[in-house]
Write a protein that binds this ligand. Structure first.
Ligand SMILES: C[S@@+](CC[C@H](N)C(=O)[O-])C[C@H]1O[C@@H](n2cnc3c(N)ncnc32)[C@H](O)[C@@H]1O
Length: 200
């Protein structure tokens, strides 16, 4: 594991103790709208404390992976209350331990702000998603607004060290660079949070 990945894991292990209390980025309505689009065999990358799990359709077969054991332990507690079985594994998004073309749907919500090499992680998603499959991403990105974007650049080193996420990632560009085909982008809060549907 490289140093940046090691540090990301360490930061999220720390953040896991207050993540559920602190996180207000995604409303439950938006989680429901996002996850209702998942079908079949699903991989959720960066499953975190499992906040999405209750919103998947009941016939989905879900595997959730995360870099941080601290976050995963919370997700495991949550998964006990669910009606459908979920498998939770410690794994790095930059190096997914699955064969090519394994999943019908790959999901990540507010994850590629934190993966140290996001293009490598997005390429892994493309690899493990079936050719006819769907990639669902809900990600916050650097603002296009000149002033707000600059403020995000200045604050970024702080947010990374304090909690884990970069706030100035250009994730739409990264998705494109990873070779995923973007089908739609729907702006959410302040155009910073985006619901992106893509194909491998
Ligand atoms: C901001 S949290 C989002 C958690 C969850 N997806 C949600 O919507 O609440 C980011 C998550 O990505 C995970 N993460 C960061 N880098 C990762 C990597 N390289 N591989 C897998 N998970 C990673 C973190 O451990 C953390 O759980």
């Amino acid at each position: 594991m490289d140093r940046e990945t090691f540090l990301t894991r360490k930061r999220y292990n720390r953040t896991s103790k207050f993540y559920d209390w602190m996180d207000r980025m995604i409303s439950s309505d938006l989680r429901e709208k996002t996850l209702s689009q998942a079908t079949g065999k699903v991989l959720e990358v960066g499953v975190g404390t499992g906040k999405n799990l209750e919103y998947y359709p009941l016939d989905c077969n879900i595997i959730g992976v995360d870099l941080s054991p601290g976050m995963l332990n919370r997700a495991k507690e949550r998964a006990k209350l669910l009606k459908h079985p979920v498998k939770l594994l410690e794994m790095d998004a930059q190096n997914l331990n699955f064969q090519n073309d394994t999943f019908d749907t790959v999901v990540a919500t507010c994850v590629f702000c934190s993966v140290p090499d996001p293009i490598r992680g997005l390429k892994e998603i493309k690899r493990v998603c079936r050719p006819q499959g769907k990639v669902i991403l809900l990600e916050h990105v650097r603002s296009d607004n000149l002033v707000f974007g600059k403020i995000m650049d200045i604050l970024d080193p702080l947010t990374v060290r304090m909690m884990g996420p970069h706030i100035n990632r250009r994730t739409i560009e990264n998705i494109d660079k990873a070779g995923l085909r973007i089908k739609s982008v729907e702006d959410q809060h302040l155009k910073i949070l985006k619901l992106i549907i893509a194909e491998p």
